[in-house]
Design a protein around this ligand. Structure first.
Ligand code: TYD
Ligand code: MG
Length: 471
């Protein structure tokens, strides 16, 4: 078979050579050569969201929106549609990332069923599993028979050219490629999953999506450090990047958009993995609260905002004395740098010395939160664990901690506190709101705390913490 030529192109200086080398001879950059297809005729231009047949014609901004909203097709799974911004946009390319086993294939099979239920057909290209494995999953989900099952076609194919060819069938409402790291272009020599292959496959599928107007969903694996494996450039190419997060051993899954050209990246979807796939969680605000029989030292509930959605999450801390010269600081679900900073501020500004202690902190339910408002609850959880005293029952706390031990308020305070009150909490520790009154919420005692030291005393309901004394 005559092969299109491939070259190795330096991503740093653009020089191209015939064979792979570890270092670019032109600019000296290491590991910058990526296998790339060299075509005789130029590839059709891709503009995001625009199928440009021929040369593009400038339009005035006033006229640019005239076609109204992009055609969206709701998937029929409320939480997924919410994160997508109302549904799948025709011709868009979505990258769905997540750790292995987190539930990506499950979610996409359920989404395929949702699209099929609207009367369109779906092509599911699987490079990781055989068609019978996909069918087994479909049986588990109760999707293996009936009209919906008829409209979902599964193909075990890894050649991107062949997938695109199959995708030109009439009435296709969605194309799933599971996963982008297993597909390869016939024109490149590199193995599937290599930078050149992943990028080429994505580009071919984008051309397909834009010219056919069919939404394409690519599954992308996430490496240990949490980035999408393969080139980071994939995230720039595609229209939407979604991530499935959660603790694989637990049931809860969070779907988050880290990029969305057609909607906000503010929304999160909350699911629960059960016996029959992913189900939407009825009350997401409550989902991440752990149940305790008795109040536990080291546990503080924080009303955080995930996008526009208030979620109550339990911050847990454990501090234990250690003789090691450099004590452990282990964080999961919270920023380790923030944890280290809070340990320092607690020691210097609130008399809570943790220098001789190992410190562990995490969020219940496998949630990951990166908002400054988590500082105060985390600091209180550390203090509570060190004192081995639970915080006053029914208490929530939210606020940012400064280097001087001063506290700063967070946005969306009313919404957070209303949600806490709705879920039965009766007391909230918050910094003084800037330029406004303390929110008044029925059934919730709002306690304004000025410094970290105040907050610790108010949280533990005592006055024994000042002056750095140890119990
Ligand atoms: P899967 O969708 O295969 O994950 P990914 O594609 O992200 O690698 O889901 C894998 C896990 O989900 C697997 O450990 C089994 C579990 N699971 C359920 O608990 N219930 C179900 O109904 C299904 C289909 C899977
Ligand atoms: Mg999978």
């Amino acid at each position: 078979m005559a092969r299109a030529q491939s070259r190795y192109v330096c991503q740093s200086c653009g020089a191209s050579v015939l064979r792979w080398e570890g270092q670019c001879r032109t600019c000296g950059e290491w590991n910058s050569l990526v296998e790339t297809v060299v075509r005789d005729e130029p590839r059709p231009r891709i503009l995001s969201g625009v199928a440009s047949a021929g040369a593009a014609i400038p339009v005035s901004l006033a006229a640019a929106g005239e076609h109204g909203d992009e055609a969206r097709r709701p998937v029929g799974i409320g939480e997924l549609d919410r994160v997508l911004g109302g549904g799948l946009v025709a011709g868009s390319v979505v990258l769905l990332g997540g750790e292995p086993g987190i539930g990506k294939s499950t979610l996409l099979l359920q989404a395929a069923a949702g699209i099929a239920a609207t009367g369109a057909s779906v092509l599911y290209a699987t490079g990781e599993e055989s068609t019978s494995q996909v069918r087994l999953r479909a049986m588990r989900l109760g999707l293996a028979s009936g009209a919906v099952a008829e409209s979902i076609r599964v193909v075990a194919e890894t050649g991107v050219g062949r997938i695109v060819e199959l995708g030109r069938a009439d009435g296709l409402g969605m194309l799933v490629v599971d996963s982008v790291q297993t597909v390869a272009s016939e024109e490149l020599d590199g193995p599937p999953g290599s930078v050149g292959q992943v990028r080429e496959a994505t580009q071919r599928l984008m051309e397909y999506a834009k010219t056919e107007g069919v939404p394409v969903i690519l599954v992308g694996h996430v490496t240990k450090d949490g980035t999408l494996a393969g080139p980071k450039t994939l995230e720039h190419l595609v229209d939407v990047v979604l991530n499935v997060e959660g603790d694989r051993t637990g049931g809860l899954r969070l779907l988050r958009a880290t990029k969305n050209r057609y909607g906000s990246t503010e929304e999160v979807g909350v699911f629960e993995m059960g016996e029959r796939g992913l189900t939407e969680v009825a009350d997401p605000a409550r989902a991440f609260l752990a149940d305790h029989d008795a109040p536990a030292p080291g546990s503080v509930v924080a009303p955080v905002l995930e996008g526009s959605r208030p979620i109550l999450v339990e911050v847990q801390a454990l501090v234990a004395p250690t003789g090691a010269p450099s004590p452990r600081r282990t964080a999961s679900g919270v920023d380790p740098n923030r944890l280290a900073l809070l340990v320092a501020v607690l020691g210097r500004r609130a008399g809570i010395g943790l220098a001789g202690h190992d410190v562990y902190a995490n969020l219940a339910g496998g949630l990951t939160v990166s908002e400054p408002g988590l500082d105060l609850p985390l600091a209180l959880a550390l203090a509570s664990s060190l004192r081995d005293r639970p915080v006053v029952p029914g208490t929530v706390a939210i606020g940012e901690v400064g280097l001087l031990g001063e506290l700063r308020t967070v946005g969306g305070l009313d919404r957070r506190l209303r949600e806490a009150s709705r879920l039965g909490f009766t007391r909230a520790l918050v910094p003084r709101p800037r330029g406004r009154a303390v929110p008044a919420i029925a059934g919730l005692e709002v306690v304004v705390v000025g410094t970290l030291g105040d907050a610790v005393r108010a949280a533990l309901g005592d006055s024994t913490t000042s002056g750095g004394r140890r119990p």
